[in-house]
Design a protein around this ligand. Structure first.
Ligand code: NAP
Length: 267
C-alpha cells in the first residue's frame, strides 16, 4: 500500500510507538491525524511535523469513551475525509495478578487498547468500506501469543485486541481493506513502563534473549508492514522464533514463561 499521499489516523500518537510511527509516516508524505488524550503534546508533535514540511493535525480524544471516538470519527471525516490507513497504538495498563487488581481497574484494562481499537475502527469502517481501499494495523503484544504470569488483565486485553484484528480480517476478506497484527518486542525508549510502574520487573527473564528495540525501529517495521500489506509482523525477528516455539512446543513455552516470570509475593 502506498504511504505517500494517504491519510493516516494514528492512535497513541503522543508517545512511544504511535508517536514514532506518526513521524515516519509524515516523513513519507502521508497526512497524519494524531490521536491521544494529551492535547498539548499532540499539538507540539503536529507543529514539529509541519515545520519539517509534513502534514499533521492533532485530534485529542479519550478513546476509552465510545462517544469521544464517534465524535472524533465525525470530525475527521468532515474535515479530511476517510482514512486510508488506521494504526491502533493507544495502550495502557499495569501488570498485576488478577487478585492484586482492584475491581474498578478490570474494565479500564480492557478499555485501552481493546475497546479503543474497536470504537475507532467502528467510527471509520463504513467510510473506509465505501472507499474500498485501506489498511488497518493493530499494535499487539507478544503477550497474546504466549501468556506470562503476573499481568492477567494486560494479557487478556492484548488477546482481545488480537482477536478483534483477526475477526476484522475475516470480515474484510472480500474487500480491498487489509488488516495486520503487528507484534513488537520490548521498546527501550517508550513511556509505557514508567507510566505503568511495577510492570517492567515482570517481563519473564527468558525475554532477555530477545533484543530490545527503539520505538523508531518498531515504527520502521510498521511502515514496512504497510508497504508489503503484511497480515502479521514481528519486530525484531527473533520474536518470531519464540512465537514458533510457543506454537509448536506449548508446554515448554509455558514452563519457561512461568519459571522465569513474576512470582506472587504472598500466597
Ligand atoms: N512498550 C513496549 O515495550 C511494548 C511492547 C510490546 C507491545 N506494546 C504495546 O504497544 C502499545 C503502545 O505501547 P507504547 O510503548 O507506545 O506505550 P506508551 O508510550 O505508553 O504510549 C501509549 C499511548 O496510548 C495513549 N493512550 C492511553 N490511554 C488512552 C486513551 N484512553 N485514549 C487515547 N489514547 C490513549 C497515550 O497517550 P495519552 O496519555 O496522551 O492519551 C500514548 O500516546 C501498548 O498497547 C503496548 O501494550 C508495547
Amino acid at each position: 500500500m502506498n504511504i505517500a499521499g494517504s491519510l493516516c489516523v494514528v492512535s497513541g500518537a503522543s508517545s512511544g510507538i504511535g508517536r514514532a510511527c506518526a513521524l515516519e509516516l509524515a516523513q513519507r508524505q502521508a497526512q497524519v491525524v494524531l490521536v491521544a488524550r494529551r492535547e498539548a503534546v499532540l499539538e507540539d508533535l503536529a507543529r514539529q511535523i509541519r515545520a519539517a514540511g509534513g502534514q499533521a493535525w492533532a485530534f485529542p480524544a479519550d478513546l476509552s469513551q465510545p462517544e469521544e471516538a464517534q465524535r472524533l470519527g465525525q470530525q475527521v471525516l468532515h474535515r479530511l475525509g476517510p482514512p486510508h490507513i488506521l494504526i491502533h497504538s493507544a495502550g495502557a495498563g499495569a501488570w498485576r495478578f488478577l487478585e492484586e487488581t482492584p475491581f474498578e481497574e478490570i474494565p479500564r484494562l480492557m478499555a485501552v487498547p481493546y475497546f479503543a481499537a474497536a470504537y475507532l475502527t467502528r467510527a471509520f469502517l463504513p467510510a473506509m468500506l465505501a472507499q474500498n481501499r485501506g489498511f488497518i494495523l493493530s499494535v499487539c503484544s507478544p503477550a497474546s501469543r504466549l501468556a506470562w504470569p503476573g499481568a492477567t488483565g494486560y494479557v487478556a486485553a492484548r488477546w482481545a485486541l488480537q482477536g478483534l484484528t483477526e475477526a476484522l480480517r475475516a470480515d474484510l476478506y472480500p474487500t480491498r481493506l487489509r488488516v495486520c497484527a503487528f507484534f513488537p518486542g520490548q521498546i527501550r525508549d517508550s513511556e509505557y513502563f514508567s507510566r505503568n510502574p511495577g510492570s517492567l520487573e515482570r517481563i519473564p527473564r527468558i525475554g532477555r534473549l530477545i533484543p530490545t528495540i527503539t520505538a523508531r525501529q518498531a515504527a520502521l517495521g510498521i511502515v514496512r508492514a504497510i508497504e508489503l500489506e503484511a497480515r502479521i509482523c514481528f519486530v525484531p525477528w527473533p520474536l518470531y522464533l519464540f512465537d514458533r516455539v510457543a506454537h509448536w512446543l506449548p508446554r515448554l513455552a509455558e514452563h519457561l514463561a512461568w519459571s522465569t516470570g513474576a512470582r506472587r509475593t504472598s500466597p
